[in-house]
Design a protein around this ligand. Sequence first.
Ligand SMILES: N[C@@H](CCC(=O)N[C@@H](CS)C(=O)NCC(=O)O)C(=O)O
Length: 258
Amino acid sequence: LAHYFSVEAARPMSGLRLVVTAHVPGLWSEAAKGLFDSKRIPYVLVEQVVGGENRALKEWTAQTSGPVAMWEDERPRATWLEQLYLAERLAPQPALIPSVLEDRLLMFGLCNELCSENGFAWNVRMATLHRNLTNPKADEGSRQVSRHLADKYGYSPDLLRAAHDQIAGILGRLKAQLSSQEKLGRRYLIGASLSALDIYWAAFAGAVDPLPPELCPNMPENMRRNYTAPDLKQIGGDALFAHRDRIYSTHLKLPMDF
Ligand SMILES: N[C@@H](CCC(=O)N[C@@H](CS)C(=O)NCC(=O)O)C(=O)O
């Protein structure tokens, strides 16, 4: 099982401290770990409490979400974009940002669709909150966490249809991307080698079709149920998920540990 330091314990440490949504395979958090794992950059994990007050985290990083990358005494990096640039700086090889301008434009565009506000993961969260908030069997604890996150991230039931369309559109675009790469005999989503897009996709694919329990042990049952979406898997197509499997087995840590 992963070991987590508290914020208080991690704050005076040197090196890289990754504050992540602890004890669950959080989408952005698993992706952030993947950036550093693929480059073999060591880090310690620090606990962010999902839906919690995270007061010490707020004092340290001026916000309360995970992941945050804290390198030495530099500023907090609380967005995927800053985390990617930090990883690239700490270990330039293997590069996760393509050197060819056109590849870079496409990679950042597609990563943005996956990671940023109103992107894939954002809308997965919207759909998950909807399911939790409308589930009459949900216990009071998870209801409370869902209400907190719903307020924090602007959930409204009116947004559900648009959320689904947004997720489906991004999956369809990634499917087309992989297929055009395969026609060129390429094994990655952009260019001829691994990029951040492969890592973000690999981590976020778990919101549609989680890796099996042998490879993703201790995923809470409710989360596994929420993150199993055969209709969306069909829109993405089997090849995209086989790609995820290959990225994990070649470049990331298995079994997942959170
Ligand atoms: N700001 C991050 C996104 C991170 C994010 O949205 N984290 C959420 C994942 S659900 C979180 O930590 N929520 C738990 C909470 O706020 O308690 C980025 O742009 O990379």
